[in-house]
Design a protein around this ligand. Sequence first.
Ligand SMILES: Cc1cc2nc3c(=O)[nH]c(=O)nc-3n(C[C@H](O)[C@H](O)[C@H](O)COP(=O)(O)OP(=O)(O)OC[C@H]3O[C@@H](n4cnc5c(N)ncnc54)[C@H](O)[C@@H]3O)c2cc1C
Length: 432
Amino acid sequence: MAWDFETEPEYQRQLDWVDQFVRDEVEPLDFVLGSPYDLADPARRKLVPPLQQKVQERGLWACHLGPDLGGAGYGQVKLALLNEILGRSRFGPMVFGCQAPDSGNGEILAHYGTPEQKKRWLEPLLRNEIVSCYSMTEPQGGADPKVFTTRAVLDGDQWVIDGEKWFSSNARYASFLIVMAVTDPDAPPYRRLSMFVVPRDTPGLEIVRNVGIGQEAEEEGAHGYVRYSGVRVPKDHLLGAPGQGFVVAQTRLGGGRIHHAMRTVAKVKKAFDQMCERALSRHTQGELLAEKQLVQEKIADSYIDIEQFRLLVLRTAWKIDRYKDYKVVRGDISAVKAAMPRVYLDVYARALQVHGALGLSNEMSFSDGIIDSFHMGLADGPTEVHKITLAREILKGYQGSDDRFPTTHLPRLRQEARRRYARLLEHEVGSE
Ligand SMILES: Cc1cc2nc3c(=O)[nH]c(=O)nc-3n(C[C@H](O)[C@H](O)[C@H](O)COP(=O)(O)OP(=O)(O)OC[C@H]3O[C@@H](n4cnc5c(N)ncnc54)[C@H](O)[C@@H]3O)c2cc1C
């Protein structure tokens, strides 16, 4: 009997330490520092590395990685339980060395990088001495990579890259970008693209704008609109074989999606706790909000949404550990990815509403969460596309019927059952 909803005591002790550490040492950073990715910020340099050191001493650094790459090799279930805490803080993942997109980009380099690239990019990335960027989406379309036009052409022993990318997060802070470009325009759609590692300081690489989210000030934007004009990289900066761009992308996207979901559990739990505290603190018309049935409904609905989502995330994590093959869990990951923005949005919207005007103000973080829920519904593929993937995966397990009526048509089932038990029923009737 293997179903088990308990955490082993030794790991629970680690999680308890993380919970306290994040509350006391990491969450306050969110109020005094800018971007977690801005390694040049002197205040960040002073405050973050000592905390990273403590995490390393505790054996919790880069837990998404196996021991060969300096991680604990905990697997996805333990990582999920950890991320359910780290996601509470913008700096949580960075302090624990498991932040996106560096985690996924590191996986790509670990799989496809040359020994020199691993030395030059992967090792400092894993130590958080540098950060990276994933540059795939283009201004004319992200959900459909078949419309990508950024081109890479081999010229002697160099690839020459030309084109534009959009929403390349953290390009402004990155030391290298992983770029997807068309290498064979005449190949079938999913064999046209290849992946490259491009150092940030390569001539011809220009950040046109740093695009912000929601109400972010212009200078705060971190999503690079990047132009590549005659950008030259050595031949060996191709990751994987030519035309293998999608295969390489899957190396990072499967893990990336579920890790976002694990952190989202942390965020929605945080809003839920705030909602409950408020309901038990605020009076209106002579009674606590917590005593109003429509507020109780918000609390009950949020609890159900969070617990369902959390279990879906944990079971998917368990399946990844079990099968060690993202193809097997494709549908599960899409289910998690599609559920995530709805749960996130609904819980934050309810928490905001229960806080009244204060909830909408910039003195609480609910409106940021609402905007971020759309981030989760777009980045790594829009919800609609994941629902399509999920439905396709599910339907592989079913068959249509040639009959005019469904196999579960009641008259047919009734007739079959009567035929099956005819002799027994006749006997019963006869003996009455
Ligand atoms: C905060 C944030 C960070 C991001 N970071 C990165 C990054 O670091 N690197 C990177 O490369 N990209 C990044 N992206 C881009 C992201 O991957 C794209 O936004 C996403 O793939 C959707 O592409 P699009 O925005 O061009 O929307 P479009 O492709 O124009 O789609 C718009 C909408 O059309 C609908 N739609 C699309 N396809 C279908 C379909 N098949 N069926 C039904 N409806 C559909 C959906 O509602 C979708 O939201 C980021 C996005 C956000 C919001």
